[in-house]
Write a protein that binds this ligand. Structure first.
Ligand SMILES: Nc1nc2c(ncn2[C@@H]2O[C@H](COP(=O)(O)OP(=O)(O)OP(=O)(O)O)[C@@H](O)[C@H]2O)c(=O)[nH]1
Ligand SMILES: [Mg+2]
Ligand SMILES: [Zn+2]
Length: 301
């Protein structure tokens, strides 16, 4: 009979995965059954399929996923995309350049709040001093919500010690749009990351520059840091209306205060959310995002 054992998923590319077993050996895996959902940083049970002719790539089947603490994911009408499992914190990386989309940042914050995942903004490329004030302006509304912001530079080393302190045994995902410097930050934080990238790209036959796979880097004693390909959209159709509303800290105190119980926070009289915007404790942009998310939810199949 084939050997069965537990392992940690460290990379995913489509329906292909790489897992690391307790001895440190890597396995090329596929999930059994189409419905079986697997994400990077999942703990799984594997069955050895032998070497299939290539001794450098032992093959295994994922039989079972252990229960998760949470799942960092995004979704649209058609598809749920698991990004990583058992995540303690997400670092959303923006940069002084190229420019970034604050709505994507907002959506990611909502996804994290719904799964009880810590959320921090990294303003990377802070060495480009002339461009810092403009980026800070875009981030200010998030900072006002109590979301921490760390200025970083992989060139000058600014903020890197603070990142090291904040990793502190927390499974950490770096996400954000393409070109912000996520992979560069990982290269600074995890000295042998480049070697791991080479190893994994050999397994999954992927390129090396722009990140195309979700991949975890582990460094003893307790660094787990996960690199994600640059995002362009962040759908939240997996969330219920209630989860959406609870994920906005600035509107949460006003939940249930609208005149109408089924208020959509549009033009209804005595809408507590609109009053919060008028009073300056919340922004019009974030209220519009709530409306948009509730509409997207309504059109869900
Ligand atoms: N000036 C400056 N450039 C940086 C810094 N960090 C990264 N870069 C540059 O930004 C570009 C993109 O960096 P990556 O690390 O590949 O970005 P990424 O976020 O991983 O991009 P994707 O993999 O496409 O999602 C590279 O040319 C880096 O050299 C920084 O702190 N300062
Ligand atoms: Mg990258
Ligand atoms: Zn309302």
């Amino acid at each position: 009979m084939n050997k069965t054992f537990t392992a940690r998923i460290i990379a995913s590319h489509g329906r292909h995965y790489v897992a690391r077993d307790n001895s440190g050996a890597l396995w090329h895996c596929i999930a059994r059954g189409k419905k079986h959902e697997v994400a990077v940083n999942d703990l799984v049970t594997l069955t050895d399929l032998g070497n299939s002719g290539d001794v450098t790539q032992p093959q295994a089947v994922i039989e079972k996923t252990e229960p998760r603490q949470n799942l960092f994911r995004r979704s649209d009408q058609f598809k749920d995309k698991a990004i990583a499992a058992n995540v303690d914190q997400v670092w959303f990386v923006v940069a002084t350049e190229p420019s970034f989309d604050p709505e994507l940042l907002s959506r990611c914050q909502v996804a994290c709040a719904a799964e009880d995942i810590g959320f921090t903004i990294l303003l990377n490329k802070a060495d480009l001093l002339d461009l810092v004030p403009r980026a800070e302006e875009l981030i200010a509304p998030f900072n006002a919500l109590g979301i921490p912001v760390i200025h970083t530079s992989t060139l000058s080393g600014q903020g890197i010690d603070q990142l090291r302190n904040q990793i502190n045994a927390q499974a950490t995902v770096l996400t954000g749009q393409s070109g912000m410097g996520k992979s560069s930050l990982i290269n600074v934080l995890v000295p042998d990351a480049k070697a791991t990238i080479g190893e994994i790209s050999h397994y999954l036959d992927t390129g090396r520059h722009t990140t195309t796979t979700v991949q975890a880097y582990q460094q003893e004693p307790d660094i787990t840091i996960i690199d994600v390909p640059g995002l362009q959209v962040f759908g939240l159709s997996h969330l219920t209306d209630e989860q959406i509303l609870l994920a906005f800290p600035e509107f949460r105190p006003h939940l249930g205060d609208c005149r109408f119980r089924d208020c959509r926070h549009l033009n209804e009289p005595d809408c507590a959310f609109r009053n919060a915007v008028d009073a300056g404790t919340a922004t019009q942009t974030r209220l519009e995002l709530i409306r948009q998310l509730l509409i997207e939810n309504k059109s869900r199949l």
